[in-house]
Design a protein around this ligand. Structure first.
Ligand code: IPD
Length: 291
């Protein structure tokens, strides 16, 4: 029921905002790169770990029966409710490291198994960007909205803004965003596809936070977005914000769900054009997607 989803959305917002303010405030002191993950380019700061610990702590109290899948954890923790919280404690860690104001905390709650493509669906989610004081959120069947963060948390005095994605029917007018894998070789192939696509669109952005890219599609600030190799914690909340704002989000194959292989998001007409173009350029080749 919608009331239950609204409660979950509110919790996702509160958690994302609290963790976002925490990482924002902790940035000047705690910037050490703890270690690298998938490749030497995939960094983890101490604040990624502390933010995830904070979110896990809060969820253990508020939702003890739900499972958790986090970027910095290993696997899905056990739960009995059928719901899993999918969390990215800092999405855009490289921006965070360089003090570029495009990083976020992404919190989603999903039904099903988020480790298997197509076996889950988001119920509610929120993405908070502490640098701009924005929090995007959505719940299944309940639309997407943008609210403002004050100094101590969500600003209750600002009315939520209902989000609506664009739908551009001419690829040449599309402002598009993408991202690149942390694997250097894979990047070369991804850049080759992008080089062919670039002259066909209005322009291209590489903002550095997949969660925010998807929210920007929902907010009509971008006309489209695609990326290979991102994880459910990067896209679970953003996919819901985009789809509830009227965008279509899928993989590259006919009828395929968004997955690590590919996420394409845009208004319905733009989405069709973009998927066609990406297929034609060979973007579905396995060497370009993640393992
Ligand atoms: C990264 C960001 C980036 C995308 C990468 C992601 P992280 O997430 O979303 O925009 O291009 O593929 O891994 O590592 O900062 O959580």
């Amino acid at each position: 029921p919608d009331g239950q989803r609204a409660t979950l959305e509110q919790l996702a917002v509160d958690l994302a905002v609290e963790a976002a303010l925490f990482v924002h405030g902790g940035r000047p002191q705690d910037l050490d790169v703890q270690h690298t993950k998938s490749t030497d380019l995939d960094v983890v700061t101490v604040m990624d770990e502390r933010s995830e610990a904070l979110l896990r702590e809060r969820l253990a109290v508020a939702r003890p029966d739900d499972a958790i899948l986090g970027e910095e954890g290993s696997g899905v923790s056990a739960g009995t409710s059928g719901l899993t919280w999918v969390i990215d404690p800092i999405d855009g860690t490289v921006n965070y490291l360089y003090d570029l104001p495009t990083y976020s905390v992404s919190v989603a709650v999903v039904v099903g198994d988020p480790t298997r493509a197509g076996a889950w669906a988001p119920v509610a989610g929120a993405v908070a960007n502490p640098s701009t004081g924005e929090v995007f959120s959505a719940r299944a069947g309940g639309g997407s909205r943008l609210r403002r963060i004050g100094s101590g948390g969500l600003d209750p005095t600002v009315e939520p803004e209902v989000l609506r994605a664009t739908d551009v029917d001419d690829l040449g007018s599309v402002l598009l965003a993408t991202g690149f894998a942390y694997d250097r070789e894979r990047r070369q192939g991804q850049a080759a596809v992008m080089a062919d696509l670039l002259p066909r669109v209005r322009d291209l952005r590489r903002l550095g936070s997949a969660a925010l890219d998807l929210c920007h599609v929902g907010a009509g600030r971008l006309d489209g977005y695609y990326e290979w190799g991102i994880h459910p914690w990067d896209f679970a909340a953003g996919v819901l914000v985009a789809t509830e704002a009227g965008a279509v989000v899928s993989g590259l194959e006919e009828g395929s769900p968004p997955s690590r292989a590919m996420v394409v998001a845009a208004g319905p007409t733009t989405h069709r054009l973009l998927v066609g173009e990406l297929r034609e350029l060979g973007a579905g080749h396995p060497s370009l997607t993640a393992d």
